[in-house]
Design a protein around this ligand. Structure first.
Ligand SMILES: [Zn+2]
Length: 93
């Protein structure tokens, strides 16, 4: 009985992980190169990135919606979704 409960619990955890897009991005500071692993908000674009080491504020590069798309190794969640939509030919630009 105990074994059954544990397996149900781990199955639930696995399903939660599958439903979530990748919300973590490693942002590299363009000035000093410091890397920090940040959690991204699900639906908001983050327009300013503050580096704790060199104390600089950065805006996204032209054409990018947020600092994670410009300086992170993973694009932000909204762009992850539009990226998938673009593969289906929904690009408007
Ligand atoms: Zn920096």
């Amino acid at each position: 009985m105990k074994y059954l409960l544990n397996s149900i619990r781990s199955w639930r955890l696995k399903r939660q992980a599958l439903r979530r897009p990748n919300y973590f991005s490693t942002v590299t500071c363009p000035r000093c190169g410091k890397r920090s692993r940040d959690q991204m908000p699900g639906n908001a674009s983050v327009y300013f990135y503050h580096c704790l080491r060199c104390n600089s504020m950065f805006k996204p590069k032209p054409g990018d919606c947020c600092v994670y798309c410009s300086y992170g190794d993973v694009p932000c969640p909204p762009r992850q979704r539009t990226g998938w939509a673009r593969q289906g030919g929904l690009e408007n630009k």
